[in-house]
Write a protein that binds this ligand. Structure first.
Ligand code: 5GP
Length: 174
């Protein structure tokens, strides 16, 4: 396996995730059930840590969509695995690993908004603003990063590196 050069440590990520959980709870209000919708697979570790830092009632569900990267401009992002529960009337926070062009999130927000949640917000661990193609609202951003392909903490390169406790760049892929 190639070497991964870390630029966000486990401690830095942990501190930021704790702060994001507090912000989400504060905005929702005490006692309001927060329903986290994780986008598979990249967000599963972020969601697990975020959820464990949340006070008050919190539940989760997962959705998987086809990667926008492999889709022609005329094509649509497709839902590969849909939610297990209705989000009608619920306080929903989409939990995503990274917002790059914004196309995946724009699609997801449209699809989920049509299902009439009481509130729909989005939390992204990482954002690459220089790559954005569509404006998409993201209320909670962990870290803003440069245009580099990153791995670790749930993010993969060819299904590898998701288990790394830090976020870094694969040497040779930079
Ligand atoms: P978008 O639709 O915003 O362009 O794409 C978002 C998706 O692209 C993310 O959910 C993620 O799966 C993938 N992606 C974008 N940038 C990176 C990156 O630097 N590393 C990894 N592992 N995936 C990325």
């Amino acid at each position: 396996m190639s070497h991964v050069r870390a630029f966000l440590s486990q401690a830095e990520i942990g501190a930021r995730v704790t702060a994001l959980a507090a912000e989400i709870r504060q905005d929702a209000g005490p006692g309001v059930p927060v329903h986290l919708v994780g986008v598979l697979k990249g967000a599963f570790i972020f969601l697990a840590d975020l959820m464990r830092q949340m006070d008050g009632p919190v539940s989760c569900d997962f959705i998987a969509v086809s990667s926008y990267a492999g889709v022609k401009s005329t094509g649509q992002v497709q839902i590969l695995k849909d939610l297990g529960q209705s989000i009608d009337g619920r306080y929903v926070v989409i939990v995503e690993d990274i917002v790059d062009t914004g196309l995946t999130l724009a699609y997801l927000q449209e699809v989920l908004r049509a299902r009439a949640p009481q509130s729909l917000r989005t939390a992204c661990l990482l954002s690459k603003p220089s790559r954005r193609k569509v404006g998409v609202p993201v209320e909670y951003i962990g870290f803003t990063i440069d245009d580099r392909f990153v791995v670790g903490y749930g993010l993969d390169f060819d299904e590898q590196y998701r288990h790394l406790p830090f976020i870094g760049v694969v040497q040779g892929v930079e």
